[in-house]
Design a protein. Structure first.
Length: 400
């Protein structure tokens, strides 16, 4: 049965038609970032999950990007555009035509720079569509000039992924408090469940026997993620613990290959290649997380940290830096341990504490999963996102 799509301006509610808060929507997700990391992965996941919930979802992204490739692999409807910079009239017109042709109900921009393209395209389409912006990265630049006042005046709601980003949006943009809400990123806690995932295949793959403690790190190779501190901690811990191994999962994103090469060179110079394994990009993240005994998150600054909630959902104790969006996730001494950014000695000491105390690891792991199920469950957060969509559509209908 084909879903019913009706322009928001023309909806008439009656007993035989779907209500505003239940009918399937035509949603345009946009992300014109050329990179491949947490932001882009979350964009893909939100798009995929909205489609599973019955909505008609499209993704507009950079031509040839990793995001475009992954979306096509998942059979998602993709519009690939050569978006570079801020002003490209031809692309704006093309996007406007796409909006009209596919009767889009709502636009959800996942990348801040998207709005320079999305807002003009929406105006050209004359659809008066609600526009949401997910704000995932903080800014040190005030965006209250004429250009940003114009573009942000057409943003109906900003969804900040953490409290620190929420404050940053209010500090740096023209958005008013009632137009900004915090909506954390989330994961499927059924997929990330220690009861559903067997850790043994991954441990066998990398030669980890049952006597070994595996400390994991998952993240793209990007300056500020803390790879240096992780390797320095590994160099320190290997002197004391012969049974500890370190597994690094992730790859370089767009323009960051030289950084990955520097990290590999650092591992060689520290003499830790015998205990540190670089696994590259993996799709089986639940199995990877299950293979760890401890998860390390030494990022210098992080707007949120999806890898943290993935590890916690798998009942893994975590050691994390105590900054920014991480403060929304980890409860120090309860679900994990905090260390200061760029302090490899503190990271090594906290990891040693968990290496030595299996009971503490297990206690923190269970507390961590309970916290993720309460605050970062995908079904709950998607329902909140849908509620935001429907509320904005209702407001748009009343205005028209």
């Amino acid at each position: 049965m084909q879903p019913l799509f009706i322009r928001a301006e023309l909806i008439t509610i009656c007993s035989t038609e779907p209500t505003m808060s239940s009918r399937p929507l035509a949603v345009l997700q946009t992300c014109f970032s050329p990179s491949w990391g947490g932001l882009e992965i979350q964009t893909l996941e939100v798009t995929r999950q909205l489609r599973k919930r019955g909505h008609r979802v499209f993704l507009a992204c950079c031509r040839g990007s990793r995001l475009a490739q992954e979306a096509i692999r998942l059979d998602i409807s993709v519009l690939q555009l050569d978006v570079k910079g801020y002003f490209h009239p031809v692309i704006m017109v093309r996007l406007a035509r796409f909006i009209v042709r596919h009767r889009i109900d709502i636009i959800h921009a996942q990348y801040s720079k998207d709005i320079a393209t999305v807002v003009p395209a929406s105006l050209i389409s004359r659809r008066r569509l609600p526009i949401l912006l997910s704000k995932r990265v903080g800014s040190y630049i005030k965006k209250k000039d004429l250009f940003h006042r114009f573009t942000y005046s057409h943003i109906d709601k900003v969804l900040a992924i953490s409290d620190v980003i929420h404050r940053n949006v209010l500090d740096t943009t023209p958005m008013t408090p009632e137009r900004v809400i915090t909506l954390h990123d989330a994961i499927n806690t059924d997929e990330f469940s220690p009861q559903q995932v067997n850790p043994q295949p991954v441990r066998n793959e990398f030669g980890y026997d049952d006597t070994m403690i595996v400390i994991g790190f998952v993240g793209r190779f990007s300056p500020g993620k803390g790879h240096e501190e992780f390797l320095e901690a590994a160099a320190s811990l290997r002197k004391k613990y012969r049974h500890v191994r370190f597994l690094v999962v992730g790859e370089a994103s767009y323009g960051e290959q030289s950084y990955e090469q520097r990290i590999h060179s650092m591992a060689r110079s520290l003499g830790v290649y015998d205990v540190v394994t670089f696994a590259g990009f993996r799709r089986d993240i639940p199995h990877i997380m299950a293979s760890f005994d401890i998860f390390a998150f030494p990022s210098h600054a992080e707007s949120f940290g999806v890898a943290l909630i993935e590890a916690m959902a798998m009942e893994r104790a975590v050691v994390s830096t105590d900054c920014d969006g991480v403060l929304d996730i980890v409860v120090n001494g309860h679900t994990g341990l905090y260390v200061r950014p760029r302090k490899s000695d503190e990271l090594a000491a906290a990891l040693a504490q968990l290496i030595d105390d299996k009971e503490l690891r297990e206690k923190m792991g269970k507390a961590g999963r309970a916290r993720v199920k309460e605050l970062f469950d995908q079904n709950t957060q998607l329902a909140k996102l849908e509620e935001a969509y429907y509320n904005l559509l209702k407001t748009a209908t009343q205005r028209s």
